[in-house]
Write a protein that binds this ligand. Structure first.
Ligand code: CTP
Length: 403
């Protein structure tokens, strides 16, 4: 059971917050609604209170509320904060750190993950000011969902529609599911169940390091190998948390997915997902980042001089933590001296196993892989196969190891 603080902004999509409350309540989660002054033009406190079976908070200056539950406490009592719908105005205030009403004060005071589901006119969404605010919020660690595309209430067409309530529900549940006590029945165990009762943490895909609001430093990782391992682990009955960089892949069944963009966000999501029995770090994490410009760099200013600083090494950090998973597995992407480099990486990073792949061909982005498994006992060359086959074999080995 998760406690969700739901901030309802002032837009025509506010009525969909009611549908969302129904979804959360049906799944056994608690919702505390906070209605902005704008939101109250579209939906009444009475509707939200009745559906949420909870008091609805509207004003910072309501002294009764303040004596019963201070705004700081209100923001901390939740497991997650959801802003739905998030208007252009709310996004701008959040990005600037403005706190001039109850909703924005809560957003500034909270220490919990924040998810925003934007809904606004297409021009307002595409406006550089809004895009800049969204980039800022993402860099601050806020999960900003992409609005849906389509016909809008105002008669225009394009991105800006509120994402489907079901999708918002899934995103919130995925983010809170890193705390297993919050979500019941999330492990949709299928298949052999040999990994039932085990929590497996997987990173996959590339990371994107922003240069400015539109440009990123990226790499060719598709996420296919990591997603295949997540699917195989879920099939074996494990509870799987998959932390994915920007990839275009569907979430395997029974897997709780958390989408991140940067290496720092991935490191934070890994941290939040602990403890885990096994961690398999498949992601091609960017080793370096730059301090992103808040505005688009103009071509007329000439080629920028980018100064790189190091990103955290997620694998090495995890290996050194007291909460180190019992079995810690890294990957090694090499273009030369595959086994020697991967063997050195195993020791240097403190991993139990390294899955080494030669990425000089089309392994990154492709559907096939040929790997070596490096353990303390030495090196095993596995025959080439699909990424699904490599995943199945790795999960098999993990089952043997844990037995
Ligand atoms: N890794 C990580 N955090 C980083 C970089 C890498 O957790 N900042 C993890 C990867 O997920 C993988 C392993 O470390 O499991 C090895 O990644 P790889 O890219 O092969 O090695 P690097 O550490 O980046 O070293 P190099 O680029 O010099 O080969």
């Amino acid at each position: 059971m998760a406690r969700i603080l739901l901030i309802v902004g002032g837009g025509i999509a506010a009525y969909k917050a009611s549908e969302l409350i129904r979804l959360f309540r049906k799944a056994g989660h608690a919702v505390t609604p906070v209605l902005t002054a704008g939101g109250a033009h579209f939906v009444t406190p009475m509707t939200l209170a009745a559906l949420a079976e909870s008091p609805v908070y509207t004003s910072l200056w309501d002294l009764k509320d303040e004596s019963e539950m201070g705004h700081i406490q209100l923001s901390r009592a939740a497991d997650i904060v959801l802003v739905c719908p998030a208007t252009a105005d709310l996004l701008a205030k959040m990005a600037a750190g403005v706190a001039d009403d109850l909703a924005t004060t809560l957003l500034l005071a909270t220490d919990k993950p924040v998810v925003v589901a934007p809904a606004m006119n297409v021009r307002m969404w595409l406006h550089p000011a809004t895009q800049r605010n969204v980039a800022r919020l993402k860099a601050d660690g806020v999960t900003v969902m992409d609005p849906d595309d389509g016909a809008m209430a105002c008669g225009e067409f394009g991105p800006g529609r509120l994402p489907e309530p079901e999708d918002i529900f899934q995103q919130v549940v995925a983010l809170v599911s890193v705390r297993p006590e919050l979500v019941e029945g999330l492990s949709l165990a299928t298949g052999s169940l040999a990994l039932a009762g085990h929590h497996i943490l997987i990173t996959a895909g590339p990371t994107h390091e922003p240069i400015d609001p539109v440009r990123v430093i990226a790499n060719r990782s598709s996420g296919k190998q990591g997603f295949a391992i997540a699917a195989a682990a879920a099939n074996a009955g494990a509870r799987v948390t998959l932390i994915a960089g920007p990839v275009a892949l569907p979430t395997p069944g029974g897997v709780a997915r958390i989408d991140v963009e940067t290496a720092e966000q991935m490191a934070a999501a890994v941290e939040a997902a602990l403890p885990a029995d096994v961690a398999i770090l498949v992601a091609a994490v960017a080793d370096w980042k730059v301090a992103p410009s808040p505005v688009k760099l103009k071509k007329s200013a000439g080629p920028p001089a980018l100064t790189f600083t190091a990103n955290p090494d997620i694998l090495a950090t995890l290996a050194a933590r007291p909460q180190r998973p019992r079995l810690l597995i890294g990957f090694a992407a090499e273009t030369e001296n595959l086994v020697a480099n991967a063997t050195a990486k195993r020791t240097a990073k403190g991993a139990d196993w390294i899955v080494a792949n030669d990425v000089s061909g089309d392994v990154m982005g492709g559907s096939h892989n040929q790997v070596h498994l490096i353990t303390a006992a030495g090196d095993e060359a596995w025959e080439a196969g699909t990424k699904d086959a490599v995943a199945a074999r790795l999960i098999d080995r993990i089952i043997q190891e844990l037995a």
